[in-house]
Design a protein around this ligand. Structure first.
Ligand code: 0O2
Length: 211
C-alpha cells in the first residue's frame, strides 16, 4: 500500500520541486533587474495522504479518479507584498508556456464565506518520467502576506475544531479577515514609500557586500 502511494505521489513531488524552482526564478529575475518583485516568497507541498483521503471522502471523489478530480495534490503558494502584485503574478503565469491553465478562482475580489481571500490557478503541468510525459494537475494559490497570515491561523483553528467553529471564534475570524483586508488597503496606499525604502535598503546592503 505504501509503495502504491509512493508511486502515485512521485510525479506530484517532482512537479512541486520543479515549480518551486521556476517560481522562485521569477523573483530572482526581478531582483537582478532591480525592480520591485511581485513575489515575496514561494512555498510548495504535496498534500499528505491523510488529507487526500479526507478530502476525497468529503467531496465524494473515488480514489481511482483522484488524478482527474483532486486539483491540489500538488500545491504551490506565492506570497506577495501588495494586492496589486497578485494581478502581476497572474499575468506572468498566463504568459508561460511550460504549463496550461485549467481554471482560475478569484477569492480576492470575491472572498469566501469564512473570510478567506486568495487567487487560485489550477494548472496542467507536464512531468517528464522514465515512462514518458505525465500531465498532472497542480494548484497555485497567490495571496498577500496579510491574506496568508489569516489563512494560516484559520487553517490551524479549522484543524482544532474540525471546521465547526464556536460562534465567537467564527465572528472573531471574520473580524480578523476584515482587519487583514484593511491592512492590505493601507499598505497599498503607502506602497510607493515602502518600495523606495526597500530599494534604498538593498542598495545599502549591496554597497556593504551583503546583497
Ligand atoms: P490544505 O490543507 O490547504 O491542502 P473546498 O475544498 O471545497 O473549499 P476546492 O474546490 O478544493 O474547495 O477548491 P478551492 O476552494 O479553490 O481550494 C481549496 C484550498 O484553498 C484549500 O485546500 C485551502 O488550501 C484553501 N482554502 C479554501 N478555503 C479556505 C478557507 O476558508 N480557509 C483557509 N485557511 N484555506 C482555504 P484544503 O484541501 O482545504 O486543504
Amino acid at each position: 500500500m505504501v509503495k502504491h502511494w509512493d508511486l502515485f505521489l512521485a510525479p506530484y513531488k517532482q512537479a512541486v520541486e520543479e515549480l518551486k524552482v521556476k517560481l522562485r526564478g521569477i523573483r530572482a529575475q526581478f531582483e537582478m533587474s532591480e525592480t520591485h518583485s511581485p513575489i515575496e516568497f514561494v512555498t510548495g507541498r504535496v498534500k499528505p495522504i491523510a488529507s487526500i483521503l479526507d478530502k476525497a471522502q468529503k467531496k465524494n471523489i473515488p480514489l481511482d479518479r483522484l488524478e482527474e478530480e483532486m486539483q491540489d495534490i500538488a500545491g504551490l503558494r506565492i506570497m506577495c507584498q501588495f494586492v496589486d502584485d497578485i494581478k502581476t503574478v497572474v499575468k506572468l503565469l498566463r504568459q508561460r508556456n511550460d504549463f496550461t491553465i485549467v481554471e482560475e478562482r478569484d477569492y480576492v475580489t470575491q472572498k469566501k464565506e469564512s473570510g478567506y481571500r486568495s487567487y487560485h490557478i489550477v494548472i496542467r503541468y507536464p512531468v517528464q518520467t522514465i515512462h514518458g510525459e505525465k500531465n498532472i494537475l497542480a494548484e497555485i494559490q497567490i495571496r498577500t502576506l496579510a491574506m496568508n497570515f489569516w489563512a494560516t491561523i484559520e487553517h490551524s483553528l479549522n484543524y482544532k475544531y474540525s471546521g465547526r467553529f464556536p460562534e465567537d471564534i467564527k465572528a472573531r475570524l471574520q473580524r480578523a479577515a476584515e482587519a487583514a483586508y484593511r491592512l492590505d488597503e493601507e499598505m497599498s496606499k503607502i506602497r510607493f514609500e515602502i518600495q523606495e525604502a526597500q530599494a534604498a535598503f538593498s542598495r545599502k546592503q549591496e554597497a556593504k557586500g551583503e546583497g
